[in-house]
Each structure stands twice: as structure tokens, then as C-alpha cells.
Design a protein around this ligand. Structure first.
Ligand code: FAD
Length: 411
């Protein structure tokens, strides 16, 4: 069937990409891109890193200038989608305008999990999700003397590194026992712990936060469950995200830790796809389990896959997941999913901050984590996207070089 109109809800990384890829692929029909944030679509990764340090200006965050949307005839609509009328294939917006679709792409992303403790709304308590959040936070981060970060995932630690570079005293509280525990191996956590400590960051592990304390509406401290109060004039939290599923749920689409889609990223309605942070898809790199991945490469690859399908070139989505985080002088790149591995081999040295961890499950390589070793990351990407399989026995050989092995085993 030839499509004449595609509506995309969510003008973030995935939504923008599907619109751009459709046009690039020659789609001549109507494209409506609906976003509830003001301004042009922008990238989020610098918001917790370079943008806060003033190294990137707002205009450099935009995917494309305003003229691109006119030239490409992508109708960028600043509004909120409030209802999907599946029977009539229409999306209703807050302004009461309705958009008819032949195909609808849901790219609604995720929102920050709230702290849900007393004091969470005091002035000086921030989550980082949007450009508006980062704009409000940047001047506070420059002026802050005592910073408390709640949560030691990627975003919390990226901010801790920024605050430490601005010479604040920085303390991080986390319920878990180590850094970025959900995403990386204990060996890599240890490297990052040492680095953060060398920048002056202090950690409180296995600790819950009871409340945020304030005076005259402004934050003054954070009280941990053990009763200790850490002084704070700025609190930043990053304790995970929750997919934006309200629209999909109310429309009766299948939900499973996000909007459930099949291998082609289609929901249980053949006229609706879901992509990016909100989509939960069968992931061949996670033993076929339905998986939700929060990363820019995933959002972009899924957008390209849906665009290709809408242009008549359908193939199952099989992209290898990868992630990155920049903290101080450390660039960590992860390819594959390191959950459920049973053995590791390390390469390089922690002392020089050039270190990789190869993760294996039943002798199959499942992930490569590399810090300041981009060659290992690239080799890992290639190895994980095709046979032959690298075994731990091979990787344990003295002077093993991952990049050279990948080149030697190219098919
Ligand atoms: P988003 O980019 O979040 O876009 C979703 C959009 O949909 C939002 O604008 C939202 O407001 C809008 N929306 C939701 N509901 C509606 C509605 N009903 N109507 C209209 N619009 C709606 N990833 C990495 O790989 N590396 C990094 O270093 C990295 N750093 C990050 C740093 C920060 C501070 C943040 C917040 C994220 C970071 N990420 C990083 C994650 C990455 O940005 C996301 O995975 C990516 O943006 C997901 O794209 P998306 O399009 O699915 O969602």
C-alpha cells in the first residue's frame, strides 16, 4: 500500500531521524512531526556534559536549522498529542487540531523518575532531561559550592564530573554498591570510581536518601537514611527514566516496560510503530527478550529501520546496541549488552585509563566495554555484528590485540 501521510509523535532523537530518513529515502507524502517541547529538535547527550561546561552553544545542539524543515516539507508542529483515534487513524492534539495518518510513529521517549521524597521540589533540586533543565542548571552549577548527586548512573556521574571540574565539593549517594552497576562490569566501575575520587568526588554507596532539607524554599542539605545530613546548595538527581506510554496505553496498544513492538518495530496495530526510548523490542543481543534501550544509536537505528520499512524495504531490526559516556578525561564506550555474562577478559591497564573488558556468556562474546580505547570499541562492534566468534581462551593469550584479531578474522 502506498502511504500518503506519516504522523510522528515526539520530535526528539528518534522522531526527528525518522522524518529526515523518510525524506532522504524519497518519501513524497505528508510528514507531520509533533513535539511538545519548544524550539527546534535537539540532541540531549551534551546537556549533562559539554553544554553545562559552556563548550557547546544551544544552536549547536539542534539537529538541523529551521530552514531544513521548510525545505524538506516536514511539518514541525509544537503541540502535545493527547489522543490516538485508531479507528479513524487520527491523532488529536492539545490544541484540538486532528492529524490523519496512514502510518503513525510513536517516539515519545521517557521522563525522569521522580525522587518522591520530602523536599524534592525545593529550589536548587534538578533533574536533567531537557534543554530548559540544562539552561536552568548551568548557572547554578557554576556557582555551587556543595553539590550532592543522587544516583550514580551515566547522567549523575557525568554531572558529578562537571561539578568537580568547576571546583565544587561533590558527594554522590546511591542505593547500589558500585558505579553504573546496571550497565557495566565491576572492573570498569572500579576504574571510574578511582578516577572520580582523584577528581575529589566522594561516594556514599548502599545508602537511601530520606529527604531533602531546605530553608526559605531553598535546598540546604540531603538527609541519608542513616541520619547523616550532607550540606548542599545544589542537588542533581538521575535515578532512571520511565517511558512515556500514556498515549499508547489509552489507545489500547500492548505495553510491556514501554510500548511493545515486534521484530519490525510494529505495535499490535499494523498502522502504528514505536521507536527509541519508549519502545520495547525483541532484542537478538539479549537472547530475543523484549528489551528497552535508552541510547542515541538505538533511537537512530530504529528510526532508520522504520523509515526503510515504510519505504518498502522491511527487514527485522537487528542492530547491535552501543552506548557511550564522557566523564572528565574518560570516554567509555560499550557495545553489546553486558547483562548475564559469566566470564570476562581484560585488556590494557587501569593505571593508564586505557582499559577494556570483554564480557562472555557461555564462551560467546556478548559485550565490549572500552575506556579510552576506541579501536577496541570499533573491533567489538564488528565482532558482535557477525560471526566468527571470539572465545575467552583466545582473548586470554598473552599480548592479545582485539583490533588485530578482528581484522584477521574478517570474512
Ligand atoms: P527523546 O529524545 O527523549 O524525545 C522524545 C520527545 O517526545 C520529547 O521531546 C518529548 O517531550 C516528546 N513527547 C513525549 N510525549 C509527547 C506527546 N504526547 N506529544 C508530543 N511530544 C511528546 N544517550 C547516549 O547514547 N549517549 C549519551 O551520552 C547520552 N547522554 C544523555 C544525557 C542526557 C542529559 C539525557 C537526558 C539523555 C542522554 N542520552 C544519551 C539518552 C538519549 O538522549 C536518548 O536515548 C534519546 O534522546 C532517545 O530518543 P527518543 O527520540 O526516543 O526520545
Amino acid at each position: 500500500m502506498t502511504l500518503s501521510s506519516v504522523v510522528i509523535v515526539g520530535a526528539g532523537q528518534a522522531g526527528f531521524q525518522v522524518a529526515a530518513s523518510l525524506r532522504q529515502g524519497g518519501f513524497a507524502g505528508k510528514i507531520s512531526l509533533v513535539g511538545d517541547e519548544p524550539g527546534l529538535p535537539y540532541q540531549r547527550p551534551p546537556l549533562s556534559k559539554a553544554y553545562l561546561l559552556g563548550k557547546i552553544k544551544a544552536e549547536n545542539l539542534f539537529f538541523r536549522p529551521a530552514a531544513f524543515f521548510d525545505e524538506q516539507q516536514i511539518d514541525l508542529i509544537h503541540d502535545k498529542a493527547v489522543l490516538i483515534d485508531r479507528q479513524n487513524q487520527r491523532v488529536v492534539l492539545e490544541s484540538e487540531k486532528a492529524l490523519e495518518y496512514d502510518h503513525l510513529v510513536l517516539a515519545t521517549g521517557a521522563h525522569n523518575r521522580a525522587l518522591s521524597i520530602p523536599g524534592e521540589h525545593l529550589e536548587g533540586v534538578f533533574g536533567i532531561k531537557t534543554l530548559a533543565d540544562a539552561d536552568a542548571l548551568a548557572p547554578r552549577a557554576k556557582a555551587a559550592r556543595n553539590v550532592v548527586v543522587i544516583g550514580c548512573g551515566f547522567i549523575g556521574l557525568e554531572f558529578a564530573a562537571v561539578a568537580a571540574a568547576q571546583e565544587a565539593s561533590v558527594q554522590v549517594i546511591d542505593r547500589g554498591e558500585r558505579l553504573m552497576a546496571r550497565a557495566i562490569s565491576p572492573q570498569m566501575s572500579e576504574l571510574f570510581l578511582k578516577a572520580h575520587e582523584s577528581w575529589g568526588v566522594k561516594f556514599h554507596f548502599s545508602q537511601a536518601v530520606d529527604q531533602i532539607i531546605g530553608e526559605n524554599g531553598k535546598v540546604t542539605g540531603v538527609e541519608k537514611a542513616d541520619g547523616e545530613v550532607l550540606p548542599a546548595d545544589l542537588v542533581v538527581y538521575g535515578i532512571g527514566v520511565i517511558p512515556n506510554i500514556t498515549l499508547a496505553t489509552e489507545a489500547g496498544l500492548e505495553i510491556e516496560n514501554g510500548i511493545k513492538v515486534d521484530a519490525h518495530l510494529l505495535t499490535n496495530d499494523p498502522h502504528i510503530s514505536a521507536i527509541g526510548d519508549v519502545a520495547c523490542f525483541p532484542c537478538i543481543h539479549n537472547q530475543g527478550e523484549h528489551t528497552r534501550i535508552e541510547s542515541v544509536p538505538n533511537a537512530m537505528d530504529q528510526a532508520r529501520a522504520v523509515s526503510a520499512r515504510l519505504l518498502g524495504k522491511a527487514t527485522p531490526f537487528v542492530s547491535t546496541p552501543w552506548f557511550w559516556t564522557d566523564q572528565g578525561n574518560l570516554k567509555l564506550q560499550i557495545v553489546g549488552l553486558s547483562t548475564g555474562y559469566d566470564s570476562t577478559v581484560t585488556l590494557g591497564s587501569m593505571e593508564t585509563d586505557q582499559f577494556s573488558v570483554l564480557c562472555f556468556r557461555r564462551d560467546h562474546l556478548v559485550a565490549v566495554e572500552s575506556c579510552n580505547r576506541p579501536g577496541d570499541h570499533l573491533a567489538g562492534k564488528k565482532l558482535l555484528s557477525r560471526p566468527p566468534e571470539l572465545t575467552p581462551r583466545e582473548a586470554r593469550k598473552p599480548d592479545f590485540d582485539l583490533k588485530a584479531w578482528e581484522v584477521a578474522h574478517r570474512s
